[in-house]
Design a protein around this ligand. Sequence first.
Ligand SMILES: C[S@@+](CC[C@H](N)C(=O)[O-])C[C@H]1O[C@@H](n2cnc3c(N)ncnc32)[C@H](O)[C@@H]1O
Length: 259
Amino acid sequence: MQKLSASMKSSGAVEICKRLGEMSGGKVLDVGTSEGSFIKTLMKILRDYDSFIGIDISEEDLEKARSKFNDEPVEFIGMNAEKMTFDDNSFDTVCISFSIHHLEKPNKVLDEMQRVLKPGGHLIIQEMFCDDDQNEAKQTETLVHHWDAKVDSIRGVPHFETLSREQLRELVRSMKFSSIEDFESQRYVKCLFCEDMEKCGDSKNKDIIEFALREIDEILERIIDHPRFKELSQEAELLKKRVKSIGTEPASFLFFICK
Ligand SMILES: C[S@@+](CC[C@H](N)C(=O)[O-])C[C@H]1O[C@@H](n2cnc3c(N)ncnc32)[C@H](O)[C@@H]1O
């Protein structure tokens, strides 16, 4: 890990990293793994682990994930998390990272995650929240994210607005675990290991702004032939104006370790 700035130190990410560093992952399942980014992070942080399986419904994302790992003990499988093909009590650790707001049936997926978790195992949930007590730049990202969800929804891809802290806590409480550790962080845990750590925390950084503007254009391209293109492109222009004037920063998130 590199030398940390005061804002990184106080973000909450270090506490999460320390706690994960005390844990043995055993056999780990990552649900909605996309390109396997959370698996990469866990491999760096967990005290030890045996193996990882990442599942996702997007074959395109899984192909990218496979290309990002070499000799590590990891397998990526195309599978709908609403109906997993794993036996009961198969995994020591089951995780879901930044994917809850992509699920059509979150309760069904969480039930499945509990079913495949061994008794006494850990269930980890990482998810951003939308509460507006975050700084303006973080609220920019939430607004862009909610617009992105709207674009995906009109093209038939499940994607919903992110939940509030309280809605997330309620969802986690509904699973009735005997112990729930609840962390909040302003910065991603993976940032602790990234060369661009400080740049990503600077909401007015030129590269970050350009990246965000490019991302909005790329999202809009997905619906170029859709009848609602004009309406969504007007919203995109307002968002781009906000990105340029206020800046953008990743929304804060909650991190739960349940047992
Ligand atoms: C934002 S991405 C995940 C990001 C990744 N976990 C990370 O931490 O960087 C959300 C993923 O959830 C996947 N997804 C949505 N519904 C799913 C389902 N029912 N079963 C499995 N994966 C699903 C999507 O295909 C998408 O790749």
